[in-house]
Design a protein. Structure first.
Length: 69
């Protein structure tokens, strides 16, 4: 996994399609889904860590961008 798109495709394999309409809310919901999959032992620790890192970086970038406006 390297991009948000990769995470979206990964979540689709588990039947999870997330679209709220607010980009930050979408990313936060993806983070919640990834955590639940990990706690259910459906994904490997390395995949979990990589997905969280990507999501948190994107969330922070969007918040910083909003703040700068």
């Amino acid at each position: 996994m390297r991009t948000i798109y990769d995470i979206q495709q990964y979540l689709k394999r588990f039947g999870s399609v997330i679209y709220i309409g607010d980009r930050i809310a979408d990313l936060e919901m993806m983070e919640t889904e990834i955590k639940e999959l990990y706690q259910s032992q459906l994904i490997e620790p390395k995949e979990y860590e990589m997905a969280l890192l990507i999501l948190r970086q994107e969330i922070q970038a969007l918040r910083d961008h909003k703040k700068d406006r």
